[in-house]
Design a protein around this ligand. Sequence first.
Ligand code: IVH
Length: 665
Amino acid sequence: MDSLAKQRIDALREELEEHNYKYYVLSAPVISDHDFDLKMKELQDLEARYPEYTDPNSPTQRVGSDINKNFIQAEHRYPMLSLSNTYSEEEVTDFYNRTQKSLNEPFELVCELKYDGTSVSLIYENGVLTQAITRGDGTRGDVVTDNVKTIRSIPLKLRGKHYPERFEIRGEILMPWEVFESLNKEREQQEEPLFANPRNAASGTLKLQNASVVASRRLDSYFYYLLGEDLPADEHYENLQYAKSWGFKVSDAVRKCGTLDEVFEFIRYWDIERRNLPVATDGIVLKVNSLRQQRNLGFTAKSPRWAISFKFQAEKALTRLNSVSFQVGRTGTVTPVANLEPVQLSGTLVKRASLHNADIINSLDLHIGDMVYVEKGGEIIPKITGVDKDARFLTGEKVQFIKNCPECGTPLVREPGEAAFYCPDENDCEPQIKGKIEHFVSRKAMDIHIGSENIEHFYKAGLIKNVADLYDLKAQDIVYLERWGEKSARNFLESIRESLKVPFERVLFALGIRYVGETVAKRLANSLHSIDCIMSADIWKLTEVDEIGDRIAQSVIRYFSDEKNRLLIERLRKTGVQMEIDRKILSEKTTKLGGLTFVISGTFSKHSRDEYKAMIEKNGGKNVASVSSKTDYVLAGDNMGPAKLEKAQKLGVKIIDEDFFLEMI
Ligand code: IVH
């Protein structure tokens, strides 16, 4: 019976990997997402029923575990070097001549795109991915294997048979433009800091502690460098083709060139064409094709002598600064925006550019009428990078940061150590009023089904001025509005009624108190239990809560010291919005594990890891990610990480299994 299950598990694993490959590497899926999900579900169920067949390289592992961990470091067997950069065709010619002189024989160059992400080195043993290490300092990097396994274009097991027993492959982990833009949009809504470019977003994602979040970020990859003792070919280009046949994503934009002219042709073509690629590139890499010749040329301390990169010019345009306007964001942050004489840049007409903050304006010594350089780097919003001071003759006034909010006139404030000014009058400043409502209704907050255009619509119609007004809305207020009908009004009002069930921690988050994000709200709610307790807490009481520092505590106190906010809370309370944590959950809480610290590791059969985590918290214990001398227990399942086990044993931390734990509680 069990062997039948094993057969089905194996078949599903193979089939799902094949579909993964077709979808993510070849971009040519052959089954529907739905059918794929069904098969994945079947495999997950089977693996849960037969934990003895757990395999760390099963396709189910690509969803990522949600355990938090600190990364361990590993030494690179071959250092991860960088390339020396060139910026002009002359420098490329120099490289070519230098190489020719050194080799004194014919040679080929391989031209590739220089992908602008974050590099990793993957180690495969007997066709299986065993370790993924970041570049780190070039000698040692973080081991990010679990996170890398969530990237669908990376093979966990290789295809075919003719791969070396052990080899490393290096490449770039990338966040496609499209994912980057939607991630930033989401972060803006959640008031989280934005990523400046896809490179930062990719490297930030790869270092996340939670692999299931990594999995949701849809990273992609390209591989461009093989290392090992027994590579199949003695030519770089051929090795890349082998890598492709083993299932790696290798770019099609790779060309063997015999002459400098061919190299320049490649450069010029991709300098334009790269704008149509789904991922960021910032140049071209040239490599000597023959590995024998590479060995002869060798390395300098920092980079190989057999390769260089040619960096594309960040596109730049010169245009006139007509005026500067100041925009108030939905959290009150004031951003200066340059209004420019329209100019063509990277295929779009640029009329406005970001000036970031007051310090940047001052350091540029900007005057109205100046001729300014605009660049579109990795960022989506173009920025002003310099002033052509020689072109300055009839300039206007020096650009000064404003002192008062352009929307409501309130004097702006700047917190120590922060670059941005903001308007503190959160309840009377129009963009902030709308921003607060947008945040309140968002999915992770109260999940009320209304978009920002309709919020604007309601606000203009005088129906809502704050979040409490939402609960006074009646069907007859809405049905006559443009674009609304009976059905949409009913759905909307239903979602408002449903929001009365939203637990207190999310309500607290929904209020939009500065610095009180999802996690902070959860912490405050779990420790202080009710809005009354939080409202009356002083700075000492607030900072006693785990991970709540002065900055957050001050902000909470400031929020509740405003009469308007207290009135708002009272109105929300009257409508039935949850203002304390659920008594049932509270009464189920025990102190059986009071003060004890747990690390969970491995896979379990009776409950999921999440369930164990929740049990620990419910019983007064604390979950931590890594074993230290302060850990009381390691709750160990199957396949516990060997490093954790060793550390726990060394420190004399008690290791318990799930039965023992269940006894404890
Ligand atoms: S080859 C020893 N090829 O650029 C040379 N690197 O400055 C190994 N990169 O760390 C690198 N695309 O992160 C190579 N086609 C490509 C590349 C590439 C991007 C990155 C990589 C490397 C950096 C070198």
